[in-house]
Design a protein. Structure first.
Length: 525
């Protein structure tokens, strides 16, 4: 197969398949921050979006293609000429742009979704790749739902698209149906029965519906796949995609079984994971492999004793390899702007001067109330202060009264379109009271789908981080807020989500790029 036989290419699709997670919608600044961090991490290919899906997707892909260096920026397209032309328009200014075309090959998709027969799909796939190959020599083809496809037909499709100019052929387990040993058999079969497979890189793209995505990917890699499509923290459609950090660390840790090289600088894994979690609002479970808060924590005495005597008794990876260190700079109330800037850069955030000023002001405020300011605190501040869409609603005042024997009451002041308004409400608790006041002040009718509160760092002076998910008229958004005062953090999270909702409503109503307007992220018509 084409490419370096010993190198596994990491194709990151956090900004495309990852953004297909329900409730996730990133703005331009957030996409740029994640894109730059992935560039630093060393991913080989970065799928930046599906340009025909919306003007926002188009602009995001174009901006990333123009800005990023040393990484191939890919754009997704259906096997439709307009999609391909739009994808090319979005990535063409990139250093090494890729067009990624997909069409389903399973009979179930052909019959019910595409309403095409096999020969029509084969011809459509080849014609689409031929069309894209006129623009670039870097064309990827994906056979959607490959694991439920007839393998003889799949081999014919792969052969036809390679002939038409595809340089990467991708085998997606779109619905997370595969199990490792059977997936390995399929990969071997395709490698052996597609005559010109050696002219292309064989890729895999696994979903995690049965919790087997990483296992499937590793079995494919051991059997000839040389590109892995994955997302940070495994976010993505339904149960998500293969988690990038799991595949990378498995290959790195089990070199005895998987003797391959990678272009990833693993020391940036943790910072990348945290950034993606903060910006998407997709909270990482504490026991998540590699990047969960407990992944390197030892609770029981026998384990602690073992680790103290010799770390490798209970650790198969060195936490420093994923960037889990104390860091050289410890920030507190005596720190200045230079130290803050250096720390933020170490964490992957490059801020404009005025953004730095705003974060610095909030940092000083926080440091006055909290002894040590940790990386997690700063991440929350950056997410809160900088990476935000233009605010229609802004918190200006909050006072709550509660305790035993008192009906919880909140008085909230919110600036709406530049004008301050105040409201006092009672509720089941202080947060309920404050949320009622915010809903009245903003006149919004959203439904609260989820409310998560976590302490960002240890101690009773820790910053509380609140993540909420709201729904209104079919639009789903998430919002985050951080503050040492948990009620303030809750109100900030609510307002952040309402601002995102406003932005999304406007985006949905905006005129499209040609006929590319969409009503909701991920939905047509
Ligand atoms: C497995 C994956 O992750 S695939 C990527 C999924 N991502 C997304 O869907 C991103 C967001 N999507 C969107 O914004 C919209 O679906 C759009 C803009 C792409 C298309 O919107 P619409 O034109 O309104 O179509 P809608 O989404 O309702 O239906 C999809 C159409 O594309 C067809 N189609 C689906 N996949 C393909 C393909 N790979 N190649 C060609 N046609 C396809 C369907 O058969 C259907 O056609 P029909 O209208 O003739 O029945
Ligand atoms: C577009 C393709 C590669 C995809 O996301 C899938 O099949 O899951
Ligand atoms: Mg997918």
């Amino acid at each position: 197969m084409a490419g370096d036989a010993d190198k596994i290419l990491i194709f990151d699709t956090t900004l495309r398949d990852g953004e297909q997670s329900p409730g996730v919608s990133l703005n331009m600044e957030e996409k740029l921050q994640i894109g730059r961090q992935l560039e630093k991490l060393g991913v080989d290919v970065l799928e930046a979006g599906f340009p025909v899906a919306s003007p926002g997707d188009f602009e995001g892909v174009q901006r990333l293609a123009r800005e990023l260096r040393g990484v191939q920026v890919a754009a997704l397209a259906r096997a439709v000429e307009k999609d391909i032309d739009t994808a090319w328009e979005a990535v063409r200014d990139g250093e090494n742009p890729r067009i990624h075309i997909f069409i389903a090959t399973s009979d179930i998709h052909l019959k019910h979704k595409l309403r095409m027969n096999r020969e029509e799909v084969l011809e459509r796939a080849a014609a689409a790749v031929r069309h894209a190959a006129r623009y670039t020599g870097n064309v990827e083809f994906s056979a959607e739902d490959a694991t439920r496809s007839d393998l003889d037909f799949l081999c014919r499709v792969f052969e036809a698209v390679i002939e038409a100019g595809a340089t990467t052929v991708n085998f997606p387990d779109t619905v997370g149906y595969a199990v490792p040993w059977d997936f390995a058999r399929m990969i071997r079969r395709v490698a052996e029965h597609t005559p010109n497979i050696h002219k292309a890189v064989l890729s895999v793209h696994c979903h995690n519906d049965l919790g087997l995505a990483t296992a499937n990917v590793l079995s494919a890699v051991a059997n000839g796949a040389r590109q892995v499509e994955c997302t940070v923290n495994g976010i993505g459609e339904r149960a998500g995609n293969t988690a990038m950090e799991e595949v990378v660390m498995a290959i790195r840790t089990r070199k005895d079984l998987l003797p391959f090289s990678l272009g990833i600088d693993t020391r940036h894994i943790l910072a990348t994971s945290r950034m993606v979690s903060h910006l998407t609002g997709m909270v990482v479970q504490p026991n998540k492999a590699i990047v969960g808060a407990n992944a390197f924590a030892h609770e029981s005495g026998i384990h602690q004793d073992g680790v103290l005597k010799e770390r490798t008794t209970y650790e198969i990876m060195d936490p420093r390899d994923i960037g889990l260190t104390g860091g050289a700079i410890v920030l507190g109330k005596h720190s200045g702007r230079h130290a803050l800037k250096a720390k933020l850069e170490e964490m992957g955030y490059r801020l404009a001067e005025d953004d730095l000023d705003r974060v610095f002001a909030r940092f000083k405020n926080l440091a006055d109330r909290k002894k040590d300011v940790f990386d997690e605190d700063l991440e929350a501040l950056v997410a809160e202060v900088v990476l935000r869409i233009p605010d229609r609603y802004r918190l200006v005042y909050l006072h709550v009264a509660g305790g035993s024997g008192i009906r919880p009451t909140a008085t909230v002041g919110v600036e709406v379109d530049g004008r301050e308004a105040f409201r006092a409400c009672m509720g089941a608790g202080p947060i309920d009271a404050a949320y009622k006041a915010v809903a009245e002040l903003t006149g919004t009718k959203s439904r609260l789908l989820r409310f998560t509160v976590s302490s960002i760092t240890g101690g009773t002076d820790a910053q509380g981080e609140v993540t909420v998910r709201l729904e209104e008229d079919g639009l789903v958004v998430s919002g985050q807020g951080a503050d040492p005062d948990i009620i303030t953090a809750s109100v900030r999270a609510y307002l952040n989500a309402l601002n995102r909702l406003e932005y999304k409503k406007k985006n949905a109503a905006a005129p499209g790029v040609g006929a590319m307007c969409r009503t909701e992220k991920g939905s047509g018509r």
